[in-house]
Design a protein around this ligand. Sequence first.
Ligand SMILES: Cc1ncc(C[n+]2csc(CCOP(=O)(O)OP(=O)(O)O)c2C)c(N)n1
Length: 564
Amino acid sequence: MVNSLDETVTGAEAAVEMLKLHEVEFIFGLCGDTSLPFYDALARLPHGMRHILARDERSAAYMADGYARASNKVGVCEGPSGGGVTYIIPGVAEANESSVPLLCINSDISVAARGRYTLTELDQGALMRAITKWHAVVDRSAEIPAVFREAFAQITSGRPGAAHIAFPFDVQNGPVKRSEIGAMPQPGQYPAARAAPDLAEVERAARLLRDAARPLFICGGGVIVSSAERELLELAERLSAPVATSISGKGSIDEHQALAIGVVGSNGGTPETRALVDQADLIFFVGCRAGSVTTERWRHPAPGKAKIIHLDIDPEVPGTNYTADAALVGDAKIALEMLLAALADLRRSPDAARVEAVKEQKFAKFQALAESNAIPIKPERLIAEMSRRLDADAIVVADAGTPCPYLSAYYPVRSGGRKFISNRAHGALGYSMAAAMGAHFARPEVKCVAVMGDGSFGFTCGELETAARYRLPITFIVIANSSYGWIKAGQYHGYKQRFYGVDFGASDHAAVAAAFGIKSWHITEPAELTKALRAALADSGPTLIDVVCQPLHQAAAPVSEWIA
Ligand SMILES: Cc1ncc(C[n+]2csc(CCOP(=O)(O)OP(=O)(O)O)c2C)c(N)n1
């Protein structure tokens, strides 16, 4: 008789069980020879997970990334060995640097076939070491349960990030004891464990906040990851402190709130929002790395001018770019709760009028351009139309180029879950289409919109087939200017208009979408925008609007290097 404790399953079956036990709902991926046992286990077992077949491993990883950002759960992607690994890299690197919990599994050649010029052989561990928080090459099937437990623990604790598992073909067929398969409590959720900052630092920070005359918050993605929006607003209101965000932090505060400034920095910040940063005598960075874009290359705020409080889950962050007068290492929600307790008696008289005046000034300039009937269509006109037409709970995903600065600056979002997503670690072109698909699977009840330049479209348009196959009700908006406009604008403003290697031909992106069976509009006149957007957003399937827009170098983009 078989002792049930000795009962075994295959490595592939164990992997499927481990994913299910970690409450995985979707696996975004692309098939390959070395993945056949894994796919067969997915086909046979009653796991309830849905496999979403992508047309490029890069997209599979971006889908998992978009899913994770929109759901606060782990995103899972998979691909085969060799090219499946090299093609999946951009999505893994972006998620890792953007603190998004992503688990990437690549199947691999058999352990027994290593070193014999085997097709698709590649040192996956060496490749992934540089772009993940944690990685493992599973050499023995018995290790599978522990490897998966550790992968989930690593990416959902501390600063979230990406994990990679290389899963050899023969290991997928090897034995795993059923008794070893199991998950820790709260599997697949993040943050998995919330760490509190040192109490003495909280008290130091509270004293600094009490003493500051004009404190200002700059929030990064950490506020949303930690779901600390309520605590942030309460503390800001008590201090009457303006709240700015980085691009990744957009949505930390409802941008319609009186104290919300919006995005600051070189991409999406404006001279008006910069002035508020410069006026502050204390900057409180919350879940924000104070990187080059948010701080305009560490010039705003100017080092040494204002006092700095830096709160982050990653102990390496405070002190890296600004000397901190108080450094809080811990979860944003817990740290802000502790500060609220330490400042329980504090009530500053409201100072929202100063922020309101600045916002009015910023939006007055925008509005004047948004009303323009000029051809080609001004980006402002499109963004204003989107703000009018989209529901407050819609999720907008923005690629680099025109979409990112314009939406960051002029598309105000509400708080409560991520409503604006952009790949700000690398800003690699061709992210938004696939990431919006991932966001849709996370939040099927809300409208997801991807906004991309025509450069980005060229990177990713094969994925329109996926949107058509699953009939995803996503609206794709292409801002067409027949150039790598962001770089062209750099040449215009910084290199005396010597344009070099930045222009490409005009394509009919609506016709491309139509060829995939997607309803589409090609728009050249401002007056056509309203009707097209209304119809596209109301449609139950995928839609694409191709908008021929004013080139970025001629536009009044909220990009500080060009404004200067
Ligand atoms: C993969 C990748 N290669 C190069 C770049 C550098 N880059 C940043 S913006 C940009 C131009 C974007 O062109 P497009 O998508 O057409 O948008 P536009 O700027 O014209 O609005 C380029 C090439 C990048 N971000 N990603």
